[in-house]
Design a protein around this ligand. Structure first.
Ligand SMILES: Nc1ncnc2c1ncn2[C@@H]1O[C@H](COP(=O)(O)OP(=O)(O)OP(=O)(O)O)[C@@H](O)[C@H]1O
Ligand SMILES: CC(=O)N[C@H]1[C@@H]2OC[C@@H](O2)[C@@H](O)[C@@H]1O[C@H](C)C(=O)O
Length: 381
């Protein structure tokens, strides 16, 4: 086993920034030692959004974005190292998720694509980098997502209590940690993504802070029921989704069938959609005693209150109260997955993704030994 300090890097579907964490990891523990959030430049956010919503893209644009993201990840990592007073040689490896620009787990040719050139990350940081975590699982017939349920299980499972872990990011995903049965987990549907898109469209704000705007509106039951009729919600697991399905275009299509709604009522209904689509899945799986919530949506008081109301008998709380920072959960998971890969251990859970077997995940980009001794500062772009 390759115990040591690992760095995890996550830039998720919300496109709110690059999260970087430092953690000491061994067989028994993941101890967070640092964190840093790096802004995602607006033009990069725009380019990612264009790509993952199916706008026409040239190969040159894909290549340039891949390179640009690689540089940004390296810069973010170097800032964290500087903040923590560490050298490249102090870090065993980086786990770098990359930016998902397309995720198509079903159909004749399933694939998933994360950008962010890991060659640049390894070269600019001087640290061995693990990336491309999802495609080996897909090569064995899995969804390639979600991958965090294995980490949730390792950190938060309880021998007798029925627990579930919920990440409310751009997309929301749920891990079922039920005693005595294999872990299951899947994407429930939109988390913050549609809420963010609607407030951006109407108010030019990146998100609806503390649900201030949604709280001014009323839930439209016709819109809610119409949205819940989307076939993804009723599909059995394994399943995963993304911006390819749940995007502003999808919402506009829904609204065309119900014209005249007030913008704030739409926002209130989107918050309700997130809460109801999650609660339905919790109940369908037989409910739980404790729902541990992480991701940016754990800061949305309206969604949290609605989850509590829709799940009587379930204690809805944040993972921070159980020793894992909800903001850093995903980046920590990729540090842990890098540790697994470097140690030659499998990272996926077939019971979650539907893959035909457990497998080592990712590709390793080894650092040059002499680079490990240098103080690198990435490259400011
Ligand atoms: N105070 C707040 N009030 C309401 N919403 C909030 C608040 N703070 C964060 N959020 C929501 O959380 C989002 C960011 O969540 P997070 O960082 O978990 O996303 P992500 O990592 O990109 O997602 P994913 O899990 O899909 O990869 C913001 O875009 C916003 O919608
Ligand atoms: C393809 C992809 O990037 N999926 C993300 C996304 O963001 C949340 C949800 O959709 C989840 O399936 C996944 O991320 C987490 C980290 C996962 O793999 O568990």
């Amino acid at each position: 086993m390759r115990s040591g300090r690992y760095v995890g890097v996550m830039s998720g579907t919300s496109l709110d920034g690059i999260d970087v964490v430092l953690a000491a990891i061994d067989e028994n523990m993941v101890a967070q030692q640092g964190r840093y959030s790096h802004p995602l430049p607006l033009d990069v956010k725009r380019d990612v959004l264009a790509m993952c919503q199916g706008q026409q893209t040239t190969l040159a644009q894909v290549g340039e974005l891949d390179r640009r993201l690689g540089s940004l990840y390296a810069e973010a990592i170097c800032r964290l190292l500087k903040q923590c007073g560490l050298m490249p040689r102090d870090i065993a490896a980086i786990g770098c998720h990359g930016q998902t620009v397309w995720h198509q787990p079903e159909g004749a040719q399933p694939f998933t694509l994360q950008l962010g050139d890991n060659n640049r990350v390894a070269a600019l940081t001087g640290i061995t980098t693990v990336g491309d975590f999802r495609r080996r699982d897909m090569a064995y017939g899995g969804q390639g997502a979600p991958l965090v349920p294995a980490f949730h299980h390792a950190l938060l499972a309880h021998p007798t209590e029925r627990r579930m872990v919920l990440n409310i990011g751009g997309i929301a995903n749920l891990s079922l940690l039920l005693p005595g049965v294999p872990v299951r987990g899947f994407d429930t549907g939109p988390g913050n993504m549609l809420l963010d898109a609607w407030v951006w469209r109407n108010k030019g704000e990146p998100y609806d802070k503390d649900a201030g705007w949604a709280k001014q509106g009323n839930v439209s039951q016709p819109l809610l029921q119409q949205m819940l009729a989307e076939s993804y919600f009723a599909r059995p697991a394994p399943k995963s989704t993304g911006r390819e399905l749940f995007n502003l275009g999808w919402l506009e299509q829904q609204l065309r069938r119900l014209p005249g709604l007030r913008a704030e009522d739409v926002q209130a209904t989107l918050a309700e959609l997130t809460a109801v689509s999650i609660a339905d899945q919790v109940l369908l799986a037989g409910g739980c005693e404790r729902l541990l919530v992480c991701g940016g949506g754990a800061r949305n008081p309206l969604i949290m209150a609605r989850l509590s109301a829709l799940l009587p008998g379930t204690e809805v709380c944040v993972t921070d109260n159980y020793g894992v920072s909800g903001d850093d959960m995903e980046a920590l998971a990729f540090a842990w997955l890098a540790y697994r890969t470097i140690s030659g251990l499998p990272g996926n859970l077939p019971s979650v993704t539907g893959a035909s077997r457990e497998t080592i995940l990712g590709a390793i980009y080894p650092a040059n030994p002499d680079d490990r001794e240098k103080v690198t500062m990435g490259e400011t772009e």
